[in-house]
Design a protein around this ligand. Structure first.
Ligand SMILES: [Zn+2]
Length: 657
């Protein structure tokens, strides 16, 4: 009987369900598939026969979760918190640079690295997934390619409807491909809406393809889910119908016993990403318990921007070590189990185990040949068959991989890549890095540019005359506001928490993070909002104590103070808390905002009044400055009692000049 390739004299780890191992066996390959494994394969005559003395033949490793094109963002920003890393660096750079060409190059770079380290199959999630699929197929690797869907605009879609349509077209086109399994990727519960989760699940079910997502990665995500939805992450996504699809869920770091059982019962696969979870401080997934419950847990590297490599040998070793360390049990996750997670179980988690993951007749020929005769892997003890698994998991390195075959095609022979040009890839990747560097360096020049980059800064194109002054008591102010001298339009009351940040370069001005709590008559909080204001050195002119300011920048504050502190890295911070009564009133035909403030932190005696009016010209400003001076007198104060620029100068003990 003939076959195309016959591997002989090898130690064969089939990684099948019975963990069949052949001490000196053979593997016969015809076309894209394995046709025989073990002594029986020796009856075949190969067109190509390879002697595998001192080598191990085993299934190609399976990287169960990654974002391959992010290889181009490797090392861009490290040692940051997840939100600062993601929203502050990754997403702004992705918005600017990610295109089909970028994705294609990143995929080819990632594939080259993975082939070198013995990976034949991976689960991807990114933008322009079609470009990932094309580049992967060209490189000859197998992959689950999942098109990202998010509730906000992405590099490849202006809306989630558009990205869903993209996902549908992509799946329709690529379904049935020899190497690529297409699917939808609702990014995560916290970046999607219930509608998106449901629509993605329906799409995956309609075409019978896997669905790739992130679940329960951080404590924050779980706490938010409990607070907003009244339940943890897994039951919530189940309620949205997500788990009706064939799900591959990355992370699952913070899941409880009930959630693990739920995932198991609904046949969801889990991708364990130990390096990424450790590096981003997310925690350690309870994989030992998941495996006890029979969950299909694979191992993934996650994107190379959070790892920072795609080395599955490192990843599976870390998975084994962490399981022991966290359970104080050296018998937890033994080597054979860890290697299974990086092969057959990874394929199960990706719902692709009918194709790959073990060396069995009928499965595709996805395999690697490893040199185990290296200095760091001798001697060998043959007494215990499990010793070989331990050698692979605890001592082998990705550089020991000599040959790689996927779908019956050689991708690497004798450590030479056959489908990709490494020199060219290195050069092209460096070129991309220079462009990203230039973009980020430009942005780092100003607080405003960083504010714009993180999203939503609006320039308020207006002039404003204003003054702040001490008033001896609130009584006179209140009596004026209630008197016939002014017309009261509107009033409100709130508690304000202001965090002011300044920077090494005073030209950058002050950045203020303000949280307003609206209070009702009884002083109860009825509503809250937060926003960022960048106040530059925008003072235009002075009319006595009254100042004319021009346009400041506002942005809705969608993140925590901690996020902005870590993102903007100010050189100083001042916190001011105050009680503010606010009125909109008309005096001598001019509309004014009047603020009556009492400083609570740092505590200060007496009250402050702030008067403000919009204006459209210098001439108008001058007139209003005159009216403001009159109003100050009405409120029992005068230009002599004004304070220069604001409370922050009072507490910071200096002027911003
Ligand atoms: Zn991920």
């Amino acid at each position: 009987m003939n076959c195309d390739v016959l591997l002989t004299n090898a130690v064969i780890l089939t990684m099948d369900e019975r963990f069949t191992m052949h001490r000196s066996g053979a593997v016969a390959i015809r076309g894209d598939s394995i046709i025989a494994v073990g002594p029986v394969a020796l009856s075949y005559e190969g067109a190509e026969t390879i002697d595998c003395q001192h080598r191990v033949v085993m299934p190609g490793l399976i990287n169960a979760h990654t974002h391959v094109p992010m290889s181009l963002l490797r090392g861009l920003a490290d040692d940051l918190r997840l939100d600062v890393w993601l929203m502050g660096y990754m997403m702004p750079v992705e918005r600017e640079f990610v295109s089909p060409d970028f994705v294609r190059l990143g995929t080819r770079l990632g594939c080259a690295e993975m082939i070198r380290s013995g990976v034949t199959c991976f689960a991807d999630m990114y933008y322009f997934e079609e470009a990932v699929a094309e580049a992967t197929a060209e490189a000859g690797m197998r992959a689950l390619c999942a098109q990202t869907v998010l509730r906000f605009p992405t590099p490849d879609a202006k809306s989630y409807e558009e990205s869903l349509a993209l996902a549908r077209a992509f799946i329709e086109k690529w379904r049935g491909h020899a190497l690529i399994v297409p699917g939808p990727a609702p990014h995560a519960p916290y970046t999607c809406t219930p509608d998106i989760l449901r629509a993605c699940a329906e799409l995956a079910i309609e075409f019978d393809v896997p669905l790739h997502t992130h679940l329960a990665e951080t404590v924050q995500e779980v706490e938010d889910s409990r607070r907003v939805h009244g339940m943890p992450v897994v039951p919530w996504v189940k309620k949205q119908g997500l788990l009706d699809a064939k799900v591959l869920a990355a992370h699952c770091v913070h899941v409880d016993e009930g959630e693990m059982r739920q995932l198991k019962n609904l046949n969801a696969g889990v991708a364990h990403n130990p390096t990424s979870n450790l590096k981003l401080g997310a925690g350690i997934a309870p994989v030992t318990r998941m495996r006890e419950l029979g969950l299909h847990v694979g191992i993934g590297t996650d994107g190379p921007a959070s790892n920072n490599d795609l080395d599955m040998f490192e990843e599976l070793r870390l998975a084994a070590l962490l399981a022991k360390g966290t359970t104080s049990d050296p018998t937890a996750l033994p080597a054979r189990e860890a290697l299974t997670m990086a092969t057959r179980l990874g394929a199960c988690a990706m719902h692709m185990d009918h194709l790959t993951g073990s060396l069995e007749p009928g499965k595709r020929a996805d395999l690697i040949i490893i040199d185990v005769d290296t200095l760091h892997n001798v001697p060998s003890f043959d007494r215990d068959p499990n010793a070989l698994y331990a050698r692979i998991v605890y001592a082998s390195k990705s550089t020991d991989v000599v040959d790689v075959m996927c779908n019956g095609r050689w991708l690497m022979r004798d450590r030479q890549l056959l489908t990709l040009d490494e020199t060219e890839l290195r050069g092209a990747a460096q070129h991309e890095a220079r462009r990203v560097d230039a973009f980020l360096s430009g942005r780092e020049l100003s607080v405003l540019q960083k504010l714009v980059a993180v999203g939503g800064a609006v320039e308020q194109e207006s002039f404003e005359v204003q003054v702040k002054a001490r008033v001896p008591s609130d009584a006179q102010v209140l009596s004026v506001v209630r008197s016939k001298k002014v017309t009261l339009v509107r009033s409100s009351h709130y508690h304000q928490y202001d965090t002011y940040w300044s920077f090494e370069d005073p030209e950058q001005g002050w950045l203020r993070y303000r949280e307003d709590e609206f209070l009702d008559e009884a002083g109860n909080v009825t509503n809250a909002r937060s926003r960022l204001t960048l106040t530059g050195r925008t003072r235009e002119e002075e009319f006595g104590a009254v100042l004319l300011f021009r346009s400041r920048y506002y942005a809705p504050a969608t993140h925590s103070t901690r996020f902005y502190r870590e993102y903007f890295r100010p050189s100083a911070e001042h916190v001011i808390e105050k009680d503010r009564r606010r009125w909109l009133l008309v005096y001598r035909g001019v509309e004014f905002y009047v603020h009556l403030d009492r400083l609570l932190k740092p505590a200060s005696d007496g009250y402050f009044i702030e008067l403000k009016s919009r204006t459209w010209s210098r001439r108008d400003a001058e007139d209003k400055a005159g009216v403001i001076t009159e109003l100050l007198a009405l409120f029992g104060t005068s230009p002599d009692d004004t304070i220069s620029d604001g409370y922050v100068d009072l507490v910071a003990g200096g002027s911003r000049r």
